[in-house]
Ligand binder design. Structure first.
Ligand code: MG
Length: 243
């Protein structure tokens, strides 16, 4: 193993529990907007939201959709999929409320604080995130993640998003780090893993438990498009064996 000095973490889905926090926020919004929503099937709506959210984020990473459109469209399509034909004003309100409520959720991924406590004395730690600048700080504060990190790199500051190599360049500069002593840790195959790989930085892929389990059964390690990340883990706690 290389003697790493700098750890670069993704935030959403890597440290901040995107799935559980999104669910909690959405449930809160279903309560707040109960009058307008009526008896919508929450699980179905939530599933459709995820589907559209993933699609628009992929476009956003490629700079094919603007932030305001992303915010709105994922909800417009989810409501439409469940045959709830809401007025533009309602969707706009709902999508803005979501950006207000979601970042105040505080759940972290299993082992996040334990890992950060374990690493803090030995490494300089930083964040590289594509998330909206006005919400990422709230998430870190709510989840008590702020004190661990030196450089917090937001794609809106960098001017490009992961997986673009320039954001990794910018991050190293901000952190005063060298490529060969840096490790990228993230849950997104394209943005975090292929992004860091193409930049020339080692990677830890935090894979869904199921994906990691299937790969282990085949004795392979997670492997896609002929690429195997430097390390693959399915829980942050496993990183303690690597670092
Ligand atoms: Mg992520």
């Amino acid at each position: 193993m290389k003697p790493y000095k700098h750890l670069f973490f993704d935030l959403d889905g890597t440290l901040w529990d995107l799935k559980r926090n999104t669910r909690a926020a959405m449930q809160e919004l279903f309560t707040t907007h109960a009058d307008a929503i009526g008896h919508l099937d929450f699980e179905l709506f939530f599933q459709r939201y995820h589907h559209h959210n993933d699609l628009v984020w992929a476009l956003y990473r490629q700079d094919k959709i603007k932030k305001d459109e992303l915010r709105y469209v994922r909800f417009e399509r989810a409501f439409s999929d469940v045959n709830h034909h809401a007025a533009h004003e309602f969707i706009d309100r709902f999508s803005l409320d979501f950006l207000d409520v979601a970042p105040r959720q505080s759940l972290t991924m299993e082992g996040a604080h334990a890992l950060l406590d374990y690493c803090a004395p030995h490494y300089d730690m930083h964040i590289i995130t594509n998330g909206f600048i006005e919400v990422q700080g709230h998430k870190m504060k709510a989840a008590k993640l702020e004190p661990y990190f030196k450089a917090i790199i937001n794609s809106e500051h960098a001017g490009v998003r992961k997986p673009h190599p320039d954001i990794f360049h910018y991050a190293l500069e901000q952190a005063g780090a060298k490529r060969e002593e840096s490790l990228m840790i993230g849950d997104d195959w394209e943005a975090d893993i292929l992004g860091a790989r193409d930049f020339g930085m080692d990677q830890v892929y935090l894979a869904e438990a199921e994906e990691a389990h299937n790969a282990a059964l085949q004795g392979k390690g997670v492997h896609r498009h002929n690429y195997k990340p430097t390390y693959t883990v399915h829980s942050l706690l496993e990183l303690m064996d690597i670092l």
